[in-house]
Design a binder for this molecule. Structure first.
Ligand SMILES: C[S@@+](CC[C@H](N)C(=O)[O-])C[C@H]1O[C@@H](n2cnc3c(N)ncnc32)[C@H](O)[C@@H]1O
Length: 292
């Protein structure tokens, strides 16, 4: 059951008419070493983002196959990417990021884990010219799009990923959606402030302020990503996901079992966060089949 304070926040979003403006992230590319470290620490699989990473991991496992080449846009320290790559050792992954600091953290993490199926490229996700047309089996991106400076850059990114994706390719893009009220933004950002570094809480506020509007995601998805569906969390679009149809011919039982082990090993408060995220997305139409 979601907490009373979150329900209050969602209610406020429903009755607020005025839309708070989108404000760019102070660091579009995450190059500040302190912030890179705070994000990396809070983001590792036992950090505050653990349930969110697990949710996205399960979604991503539905849209990739063995033998695929999968591109991760704005991979950051590769926490999400490593989790997916470990579960799918026969799939090849390429993480793209513009931040040298993030890419160093990412490479170290992948090396530490002994993963052989992940490479990285330094590049801008608005220009994927190092990939030819229709050569990539799936594209994923988790909480990175709000780092783009404006809607033009978001549209360029959608055009690029559409260009590199093979026909019937897989897609899972997820990011924050823009909340109407500044008070709601701060409620969301501060809900875990006691269990995360202060820099991470600040980064969360900046991210929510920089999130694109649901309307923008809807317009660009229907214009450029016709094969994909757009989902948002119920009542307020604090998270938005764009997902293609499932591409697994048959669900891999081993992957499902490992996802369930992750889920069952989460501490109780993270289990609750995962359950809330699943509920709000399910009510918005996005099911998490592999975690059922
Ligand atoms: C909030 S982090 C998300 C990292 C990761 N996907 C995750 O789920 O933890 C956003 C990342 O996007 C990167 N980024 C921002 N703008 C970018 C751009 N135009 N091209 C490539 N990477 C970008 C940042 O450097 C940062 O590492």
């Amino acid at each position: 059951m979601p907490s009373v304070s979150i329900l209050k926040t969602l209610l406020r979003e429903l009755i607020t008419h005025k839309q708070s403006p989108r404000v760019n992230e102070p660091d579009l590319v995450m190059d500040d070493l302190k912030k890179v470290s705070a994000y990396t620490r809070a983001g590792r699989e036992d950090g505050v983002m653990a349930p969110v990473y697990l949710f996205h991991c399960a979604q991503i496992c539905e849209i990739i196959n063995s033998g695929d080449t999968v591109v991760d846009l704005g991979c950051g320290p590769a926490t999400q990417l490593a989790m997916v790559a470990r579960l799918n050792p026969k799939t090849n992954f390429i993480g793209i990021d513009l931040s040298t600091g993030m890419l160093e953290k990412a490479q170290n993490y992948i090396t530490e884990q002994g993963l052989k199926n992940v490479d990285f490229r330094k590049g801008n996700i608005t220009d994927l010219s190092f990939f030819d047309n229709q050569t990539i089996d799936a594209v994923i991106s988790t909480v990175a799009l709000h780092h783009l400076p404006n809607i033009v850059a978001l549209e360029e990114t959608f055009l690029e990923l559409n260009r590199i994706l093979k026909k019937n390719g897989g897609l899972y893009l997820v990011d924050f959606g823009h909340l109407k009220s500044e008070k709601s933004i701060s409620d969301f950002a501060y809900q875990y402030s006691e269990s995360q570094p202060e820099l991470f809480t600040l980064d969360y506020i900046y991210s929510l302020r920089a999130a694109f509007l649901l309307e923008d995601f809807k317009r660009l998805t229907s214009k450029h990503l016709k094969e994909a569906y757009l989902y948002s969390t119920f009542l307020a679009p604090y998270m938005v996901a764009i997902k293609s149809h499932s591409r697994c011919d048959k669900l891999n039982q081993g992957v499902i079992e490992q996802l369930h082990v992750f889920r069952d090993n989460l501490p109780e408060h993270h289990k609750k966060d995962l359950a809330d995220l699943r509920t709000f997305f399910r009510l918005g139409g996005l099911h998490s089949k592999l975690l059922e």
